[in-house]
Design a protein around this ligand. Structure first.
Ligand SMILES: [Zn+2]
Length: 66
């Protein structure tokens, strides 16, 4: 009898981690600067809004895994 060693298919290759966001592009709007950010570790995308330059941006969108 042959035993097959089948590896479990990982449902998620990206493990939970502190995302390392980099800004892909930025677009000034009347609300502030919309930042399109991407995690260099897992490729997740998110849209942030930086209403004021001296304050950290807030997340506009949920994290979108690719
Ligand atoms: Zn990530």
């Amino acid at each position: 009898m042959t035993s097959l060693h089948t590896l479990p298919i990982p449902s998620q290759t990206a493990r939970p981690h502190e995302h390392a966001w980099v800004v892909d592009s930025r677009h000034p709007t009347s609300e502030g600067v919309v930042l399109y950010v991407r995690c260099v570790a897992c490729g997740t995308h998110r849209v942030d809004l930086q209403a004021e330059p001296q304050r950290p941006p807030t997340a506009l969108s949920a994290e979108i895994a690719v």
